[in-house]
Design a protein around this ligand. Sequence first.
Ligand SMILES: *Cc1c(COP(=O)(O)O)cnc(C)c1O
Length: 447
Amino acid sequence: MNNDRSRALYDRALSVLPGGVNSSVRATLPHPVFVDHGDGGHVIDADGNRYVDWVMGYGPLLYGHDVPEPVTAAIQSAAADGPMYGVPTEIEVEHAEFIARHVPSVEQVRFVNSGTEATVSAVRLARGHTGRDKIVVMQGGYHGAQESTLVEGEPGAQVPSTAGVPEEFAEHTLPVPFNDPDAAREVFDDHGDDIAAVLVEPILANSGIVMPVDGYHETLRELCDEHGSLLVFDEVITGFRVGGLGCAQGKLGVTPDLTTFGKIVGGGFPVGAIGGRADVMEGFTPAGDVFQAGTFSGHPVAMAAGKAYLEYAAEHDVYEHVNELGRRLREGITDICAEQAPTYTVVGTDSLFKTVFTREGPIGGDLETCCPAGCTQDPDCPRYDYCPKTGADVARAETDRWERVFRQEMTDQGILLTGNQFESQFVSYAHTEADVEETLEAYKHAL
Ligand SMILES: *Cc1c(COP(=O)(O)O)cnc(C)c1O
């Protein structure tokens, strides 16, 4: 495979873009593949190489690279009218109405321009609503590149996870292990009166893919209710992907007070949103006193794309298709792992899939009774004790092998995976059974 142009572009990029990229996860080893254009479930790189693309923009591209005709028409029509106004438009109301109609906990929506902006505003709203400063997050959870959540460690010994964040910010953020109800109870016992919100991905999807154990989110819901704190689901990745249009909260049957959206909600354009109960949402200015604003918020072209995207999903077999191919991938990879790498754990649900290179597996257990389509945290499964429950469990896997050997071998075979062991992979409506077969063949060689 010739990569001369990608290498040359990376070389130029390193002079004018720090690290050669505009989002750190894109700096894949040994050099990023520079994309020239997309084609359905595939991308073609600057050297003309074709790849089956499971990166899918890191989540937004539910339809792959060929957008359905009504979506294209909506985008072109909105763009032809003029890019944006700074004055309200009907399309913002329509998109908000659609979301409120389909997502169980959402009565009102505030649109912003990214997932990060959504979590920043949700945290500010929760603090304003409760008059409290502290937020509980999950170790290994991801809520974008923002000060309040780039924090790691244990409650009482938490520190910023990056340079540039003052220690004082970390003071107000309490990271606990996902799937650990006792740790959640303990943090509420110690700080309950100061906790504005628990901010949690319903499924950890930026740290492998870690499903919640039975009852975990119910425990968080109860603790928040007991202590007057808000439960905020970060559905930036799961929203309109897991659980279809009802999102992960519909699938799990737990109702948060606030939800953050991003990725799919903008139909491939930069959009984020905060949604939730009207009495909480009306805390945002100008209805309330929590300042929130944005020049580009509710951008008409992005709103048109997002709304047409979701409407198309409501009227076609989109989720059936992507979930079915997701299941086939997870089952196929599970079979390959059983033969070639029995300690590895296949994870994911709906149209998310990943293989976590876990180091230990059940010895002599009856693997026939394992969940064939990825870990569902079934306590009766022989793998249960070895299956990742927390972000730390994923971090302890063979993350270097995944990134430095496996992913590169997959790329060489024309299969584009996300940049490291932690990021999820995504099935789109444009993917086909042939893409799945080709991908499984490549796993057979690379695992
Ligand atoms: C991607 C992501 C974000 C950040 O969204 P951006 O649009 O990249 O700012 C926040 N939370 C979760 C769960 C995400 O997956």
